[in-house]
Design a protein around this ligand. Structure first.
Ligand code: DX5
Ligand code: ZN
Length: 218
């Protein structure tokens, strides 16, 4: 079986009890923690920034998988790396040339990730597949947690997987948005290595159990 990584999105956590939620994730079988950063410009919503990152880094024992939904990611890469990011992803459609930013991320010792919204053609990732550690395929429009999974994402995932396999690359695929126990199995079996899940983890009575369900263990 390929990777079946779960990256719970803390955007859906209880910020009044953030430390408890992080400790729950530490105990859980989730591999990563997904950190959604929104600037109110690239996406309409504003989420959180460095102070929350600091808390996450302080209490979390798991790698922080940072998803920047911001314009000018190059201005913030260093600070997110210094704040404890393990992986840094940014949107291809937010920049004119991703290469210098990928280089910046690499120089800070972080994993590189390129992401695209559902209206961006998968082919646009093609020139960069050999130089990124991971691609993050959005299965909802970036901006909010709790949206419904866009069905067309299966076909996009399949296309992306083929592109990676055809080239003999080991680039990971992460799928983000509307992931739940009903679609997780199909996404993993179609070649997703990692799934982000916000509501399907935090808005359930037993988040640790929900993570196992998403992995297909229960
Ligand atoms: C959306 C974010 C997602 C979101 C996922 O802009 O990138 O990571 O938090 O939340 P759910 O799993 O609830 O769709
Ligand atoms: Zn995300």
């Amino acid at each position: 079986m390929a990777n079946r990584i779960i990256s719970p999105s803390v955007l859906s956590a209880d910020f009044g009890n953030l430390r408890q939620d992080i400790e729950m994730l530490n105990r859980s079988s989730a591999e990563w923690i997904h950190v959604d950063v929104m600037d109110g410009v690239f996406v309409p919503n504003i989420s959180f920034g460095f102070p929350v990152m600091k808390t996450l880094r302080q209490y979390s024992t798991k790698p922080l998988d940072v998803h920047l939904m911001i314009t000018h990611p190059e201005r913030y890469v260093e600070r997110f790396a210094d704040a404890g990011a393990w992986s840094i992803g940014f949107h291809l459609e937010a920049v004119s040339d991703p290469r210098p930013i990928l280089q910046q991320i690499r120089q800070k010792g972080c994993r590189t990730c390129l992401t695209i919204n559902p209206d961006i053609e998968v082919e646009r990732l093609e020139p960069y597949l050999a130089e990124v550690d991971m691609v993050l395929l959005m299965s909802v429009y970036a901006g909010y947690g709790g949206q419904a999974f866009i069905e067309d994402s299966y076909q996009r995932l399949q296309q992306l997987k083929q592109m990676i396999t055809y080239r003999g690359l080991s680039t990971l695929i992460e799928v983000d948005g509307g992931v739940n126990p009903h679609n997780a199995e199909r996404l993993f079996s179609m070649g997703a290595d990692a799934l982000v899940a916000g509501s399907a983890v935090f808005h359930t009575p037993d988040p640790e159990r929900s993570i196992l369900q998403l992995k297909g263990v229960l």
